[in-house]
Design a protein around this ligand. Structure first.
Ligand code: C5P
Length: 224
């Protein structure tokens, strides 16, 4: 029997890379597989939470008793989060949100100019930082962000914790092949606004997620 630490608690988890349309058949996105978000959702449900997934990945299996809502772009993801935020206890921003979106998205497929070797310019607008915005608006909600870095992991992650006013940042080194983006396993650093600083060594994303929740929820947890 799992400890029901999250019983009666509402948890919203975002997952996957956002999709920023260029035209009806093309888009800008990233390598996020959505697996870490789904694992965080599954683990929250295991500890008794009422979980909603806001996901860009329509082909991943959604565990029963978890509600999935699908979105594509960062702006859509933010709109959905705003709908749930006031009535939510925990937000897990595991999604890889595109920093930019295409400014003048075309309703028709963009054609290559006949006979032209000219380059094509795409103008990009800055997307809202969803986590930072929630960090400004939060009342009692606990905000859990992720940081994928290729260097200075703990320094950049603690910077994000402060800048976005999050309660927790889960950081992983994406330059390390075999963990992080598109991998089944992960190895993370958990940094809390309360001063918590803990490493979780390599294991499946579900087991990493169970440990993350344990650190967040149980002040007397023991490592490993
Ligand atoms: O700044 P960076 O993208 O590294 O921050 C990562 C964290 O911030 C993740 O939790 C991600 O979901 C969130 N984020 C966001 N909106 C953005 C960019 C990142 O919520 N536009």
């Amino acid at each position: 029997n799992s400890p029901q630490w999250l019983e009666g608690q509402k948890v919203v988890v975002t997952a996957g890379g956002t999709v920023e349309r260029i035209d009806p058949v093309r888009y800008i996105s990233n390598d996020s597989s959505g697996q870490m978000g789904y694992a965080m959702a599954r683990a929250a449900s295991f500890y008794g939470a009422d979980v909603t997934l806001i996901s860009t990945k329509r082909d991943l299996k959604v565990p029963h008793n978890i509600t999935a809502v699908y979105v594509d772009s960062a702006v859509e993801m933010q709109q959905k989060l705003n709908k749930y935020f006031s009535d939510t206890n925990y937000v897990v921003m595991a999604a890889a949100v595109s920093d930019y979106r295409v400014l003048n998205r075309s309703d028709q497929k963009i054609k290559k100019e006949a006979g032209s070797d000219n380059s094509l310019q795409l103008d990009l607008a800055v997307n809202p930082d969803i986590l930072a915005t929630l960090g400004k608006e939060k009342k009692n909600q606990v905000l859990i962000g992720f940081a994928a870095e290729t260097e200075n992991l703990s320094e950049y992650a603690s910077g994000k914790l402060r800048k976005k006013n999050a309660n927790w940042i889960i950081a992983n080194d994406v330059s390390n092949k075999g963990i992080g983006f598109n991998s089944t396993h992960n190895e993370v650093l958990v940094i809390g606004a309360d001063g918590t600083y803990e490493e979780i060594s390599m294991r499946s994303k579900l087991n990493v997620s169970l440990k993350i929740w344990r650190i967040i929820l149980d002040p007397n947890h023991t490592t490993n």
